[in-house]
Write a protein that binds this ligand. Structure first.
Ligand SMILES: Cc1cc2nc3c(=O)[nH]c(=O)nc-3n(C[C@H](O)[C@H](O)[C@H](O)COP(=O)(O)OP(=O)(O)OC[C@H]3O[C@@H](n4cnc5c(N)ncnc54)[C@H](O)[C@@H]3O)c2cc1C
Length: 345
């Protein structure tokens, strides 16, 4: 068990809470930590302390952990690599459940269906699919998250999403039951799925791909990685694209990055956060950025692009509030912008 030097004095779950005692019985010592700065769990390197972070080693333990949390009535959130999450400066009053590399199984069954664990690192997953002589996952080679996050976010690149290939997802529901949810019930749409609002935990997914030539697929993967390296900022902490591409905006101007640039905001900064000078749809942390800085930039970009085009951009990045509410970040950004206006008028 790890206890950070400073535990938030507002913590809902402390190391002495009955829930913590139950979690310590279920989990190995190194799989539970208190007062963890969320900045250490996300790609943006932003966020205050979470009361507790647990990293269950297997499905049975995960089910026990979720049941204990439900019984205690404490908020929890599921995270992978935090590559699409904006953690709040005030942290989170509840339990963060991380789906880590222990959930890294990968098998191809006799019918050619891939069954893979939610904790697999996406680039490793894609390499395994290619090594299996299968085409259809290569677009995701440069995405720095877990397969569980990818399946939940319907992540992908080149206007594709992994949902196209998902046959089913094995999910632990909030009440602890293990369900197999079929493609038709996952509600896949551009960068979204019903999993985002369900509160369930994806433990694995079954996916179908087409046969492909390994050598050609490897060459394609290398070309995609080279194109991404040339296009995306790599030095500063960031969470990838902040806004989702919108077909109407695309027809009018192009992708969100170009719209933000046309609105005069490429390179704009608030506090330690900046619209990347390399790619305006990325917000980078230049050091010491707060979630509030990022949210102000999101509200500003949304407002200016709407003034320019009449189209309100939607954030792909999700914000975790201290009470465990997870929403697309623009919803919180707009609320803060309204509060600021009201406060100053
Ligand atoms: C540099 C960079 C480039 C990126 N490029 C792309 C890109 O090209 N295309 C793209 O689509 N995305 C991209 N992203 C965003 C991100 O990598 C993907 O959305 C990724 O799939 C998220 O995975 P994660 O494990 O980090 O999820 P997290 O950020 O940890 O979580 C994202 C959401 O998924 C939920 N979630 C995560 N795991 C599970 C689970 N096992 N069960 C249930 N819910 C879960 C969380 O609750 C949260 O709502 C990029 C990010 C970065 C930093």
């Amino acid at each position: 068990m790890i206890i950070a030097a400073e535990i938030s004095n507002t913590a809902t779950v402390t190391p002495q809470s009955p829930l913590s005692i139950a979690l310590r019985v279920l989990l190995p010592d190194d799989a539970i930590a208190f007062g963890v700065p969320l900045a250490t769990l996300g790609r943006w390197r932003i966020g205050g302390p979470a009361d507790v972070v647990v990293t269950p080693p297997d499905v049975a333990t995960l089910r026990g952990v979720l049941a204990a949390i439900a019984q205690a009535g404490v908020p929890h959130v599921i995270v992978g690599d935090g590559s699409n999450l904006l953690y709040d400066d005030a942290g989170f009053r509840g339990v963060v459940v991380r789906i880590g590399r222990a959930f890294g199984n990968f098998v191809i069954d006799a019918d050619g269906i891939v069954e893979a664990g939610a904790g697999l690192w996406v680039p490793s997953f894609v390499r395994k699919v290619i090594a299996g002589g299968m085409a259809g996952a290569t677009h995701a080679i440069g995405i720095p998250g877990t397969l569980g996050g990818l399946v939940t976010m319907n992540g992908g690149s080149q206007r594709r999403g992994i949902g196209e290939n998902v046959v089913s997802a094995d999910v632990i529901a909030r009440d602890g039951t293990l369900l197999r949810i079929l493609h038709a019930d996952l509600g896949y749409a551009y960068r979204s799925s019903t999993l985002q609002a369900s509160g369930g935990t994806v433990v694995s997914a079954r996916l179908r791909f087409q046969p492909g030539d390994r050598h050609a697929l490897r060459r394609e993967a290398i070309a995609i990685l080279a194109a991404r390296r040339a296009k995306f900022p790599r030095v500063r902490a960031n969470c990838g694209s902040v806004f989702v591409s919108d077909p109407a905006l695309y027809n009018l101007i192009g992708p969100p990055g170009l719209a933000i640039e046309r609105a005069g905001l490429k390179g704009a900064s608030v506090g330690g956060a900046q619209m990347s000078p390399d790619h305006a749809n990325f917000i980078v942390n230049n050091g010491g950025a707060r979630s509030r800085d990022v949210l102000e930039l999101i509200a500003l970009a949304r407002r200016r692009v709407q003034e320019l085009t009449g189209i309100a951009m939607i954030a792909e990045v999700r914000h975790l509030a201290p009470d465990g509410t997870m929403r697309p970040a623009h919803e919180i950004a707009d609320m803060l912008a309204i509060e600021t206006t009201q406060g100053t008028s």
